[in-house]
Structure formats: C-alpha cells, structure tokens
Ligand binder design. Structure first.
Ligand code: AMP
Ligand code: MG
Length: 343
C-alpha cells in the first residue's frame, strides 16, 4: 500500500466508452425492464436483476455461466421488508437483521412463494440481505421489487471489488454498471442458515463468526463443507484465478516452492500478509496490509489476485493470514482459489 493508504494497484478509473456510470435512474429503468445492472456493495459488486422476474434471473445465470443449482442472494432495501420474502422469520432473524443490516450478513430463511424457484435453485429457503452501500440502498428504496445479485464475475473466478473489474469480464454482456467506488469490505457476506432448529454458518465472510457468536451468546455450528447441497458457493474450487495459486503458512514457503527450478522461482509472484519476503524481488510481491490489519487485507485480497493474474503470472504463492476474525474468511478464499479444478 502507498503512504496515503491508497492501494499501489488502484482500480483502473478509465471510464471512456463504457457502460459504467452513476446514474441511478438509468439503473432503475433497466432493472424495471428486466435488464441486468452490476451494483456496488460493501462486500463485492453484485450482478443484479429483478428477483421476482424469472426471465431476468435466468439471464444472471447465463451471463455468469453459473450452474442453476447455485442459489442467489436476494437484496432488499431494509430489514423490515424481511417478512415479504421469508416465511415467518424467527425472533433471532429479526434481531440479527435489526443489528447487522445493512451489512455483510446473509440470512437463509424459509422462502415465501413470491420468490421464484430459480432464485433459490428449488430449495425451500431463500438467502436475504440488506447491502451497506449508499447508491445501492438508494436504488433499492426506489424500486418495488428485490434484487437477486450474485457476485458480478464469471462463475468460479475471483469476485470484483470495483467497477472496472466488472467491466473487464462482463462489461459487454450486461446493460449497465453502477459506479460506487471500491468495495469497503472486499469479501462476500457471511451466510447464516436460520432455517433449521439451530443457526449454522454456511459460508465465512465479511462478518466474523466470533462477532456473531458473541451477539447471540452461543457457539454457532459451521457446515462449510463443499459437499453440502444448497450451499454451492462453498464449492471446493472457487474464487480462483486462471494461474496456479498455492498457499503456505509462515516459513512453509520453502517447502511449497521446493519443486521449482531457480528460473521458475524467479518468475513466481507472491501475495504476502504484512511484510515482504527477504531475497525475493520486491516487484513480484504484493502486500495485503503493511500494518497487519485484517480489514485492509480483506479489502485488498481479490484485487491482488486479479492484478497478478492480469500481469500474466503463472504461479502465485499466497501467504495465509492469522486465522482469527476476518482472517478465517480470507484463508477460506485463499484455499478455494488454490483448488484449480475448473476450466
Ligand atoms: P454469491 O452471491 O455468488 O456470493 O453466492 C451466493 C451464495 O449464497 C451461494 O453460492 C450459496 O452458497 C449461498 N446461498 C444462497 N441461497 C442459499 C440458500 N437458499 N441456501 C443456502 N445457501 C444459499
Ligand atoms: Mg460468487
């Protein structure tokens, strides 16, 4: 990071001849007509469509090349709208909504039939959240339907944290990208399933589980396995770049990189948590947070992976961060990015 706290590899702000803009009215008109608009949120940019319009929702899956067994998160304007789309939310759901929304927490609840099957991939539940972003909240408050919005990237690839990332990969396929600056959290939401008898974390994300546990005064079960049906964002391989990404902890990089020839080693790129690796070319290293701040590291994670992928890296070595708070979600994404099973 540069001295002024801004990233050294700040998002490309060249907006000429693009469908990027800050025109909320235009975005609303497109959404009303069943079109696709990328929306800024505090977690990552979402690819939004009218959640109640099945044709529009289908186009989300097509543009992302996302399998229809992977359900979408429904974005609403305010917590008090929860009961419009979820069947009798529990007292715990209302408490969490009131406390954490708008914010990076998604609640999985029993689905009302107004939500099309396609949104929920045929499950009896629906995932709902209120995103914490001024432009998107403004937009949501002016429409009378919720937005289905998965991350605005091709399925399986790293999520976008600024409008140029969306433009780079999906720009030609979508109607508009609402400009909203850089995503402040930079990781997807924490997904909490409240549809059973006890809450279960299905996906680690922008709201640390320690915080949820302390708010609820209880230990929360985690079902983070990729085998659980209905939570396919947890596929083993996800959030991955085109190149090979390998993770390591502390000094393990010696072992992780032992198979490389000296030439290959000199060609590798490094994502480091807080300080550079001595003896390795500084220009081949990106630091997530010089002050070892997990919030800053989360904000820089996807952009760093993307940046190195765009530079043509063939191998990235990524250092795991401390496994506490947001660090758990960061490590989760690194692990998934390192499982390169998709094409
Ligand atoms: P994305 O918006 O791309 O970050 O993905 C949304 C993720 O939320 C999915 O991949 C699932 O893991 C999770 N999700 C959405 N709807 C449900 C649901 N009804 N039940 C369980 N998990 C869900
Ligand atoms: Mg996604």
């Amino acid at each position: 990071m540069a001295e002024n706290g801004k990233s050294d590899y700040f998002c490309d702000m060249n907006r000429e001849n693009t469908n990027i803009g800050a025109d909320i009215e235009k975005a609303i008109n497109i959404l009303r007509a069943g079109g696709l608009v990328a929306i800024p949120t505090e977690t990552v940019y979402g690819l939004g469509a009218n959640a109640l319009n099945e044709v529009a929702v289908l186009s989300i899956f097509q543009v992302k090349n996302r399998p229809t067994f992977d359900p979408l998160i429904v974005h609403i304007a305010q917590g008090s709208d929860l009961g419009l789309y979820a069947e009798e939310p529990s007292e715990m759901a209302w408490r969490l909504a009131e406390h954490y929304w708008p914010g990076p927490l998604t609640l999985v609840l029993k689905r009302k039939s107004i939500i099309p099957d396609l949104v929920s991939s045929g499950l009896e539940t629906v995932a709902i959240r209120v995103p914490n972003h001024p432009q998107t909240l403004d937009l949501l408050s002016q429409i009378n339907f919720p937005l289905a919005a998965p991350s605005a990237n091709p399925f399986g690839y790293v999520s976008p944290t600024c409008s140029s990332h969306v433009h780079q990969q999906l720009g030609a396929k979508i109607d508009y990208i609402l400009e909203g600056g850089e995503s402040k959290v930079g990781l997807e939401s924490t997904v909490l399933d409240l549809s059973g008898s006890a809450p279960v974390i299905l996906r680690r994300g922008g709201l640390p589980e320690e915080e949820l546990e302390s708010f609820l005064g209880m230990k929360i079960q985690k079902t983070l396995s990729s085998s659980r049906p209905g939570s396919p964002g947890m596929l083993h391989s996800h959030y991955a770049p085109r190149c090979t990404l390998l993770t390591y902890s502390g000094d393990d990089w010696h072992e992780t990189s032992a198979d490389l020839s000296p030439f290959e080693f000199s060609e590798a790129y490094w994502i480091r948590f807080s300080h550079e690796l001595p003896g390795v070319d500084k220009r081949r290293q990106l630091i997530l947070s010089k002050t070892a701040d997990l919030n800053e590291a989360a904000r820089n994670l996807f952009r760093s992976i993307r940046e190195l992928d765009n530079r043509g890296a063939s191998i990235i070595y990524a250092e795991k961060v401390p496994d506490i708070g947001l660090g758990r979600a960061i490590n989760d994404r690194l692990t998934r990015a390192s499982s390169r099973l998709f094409g």
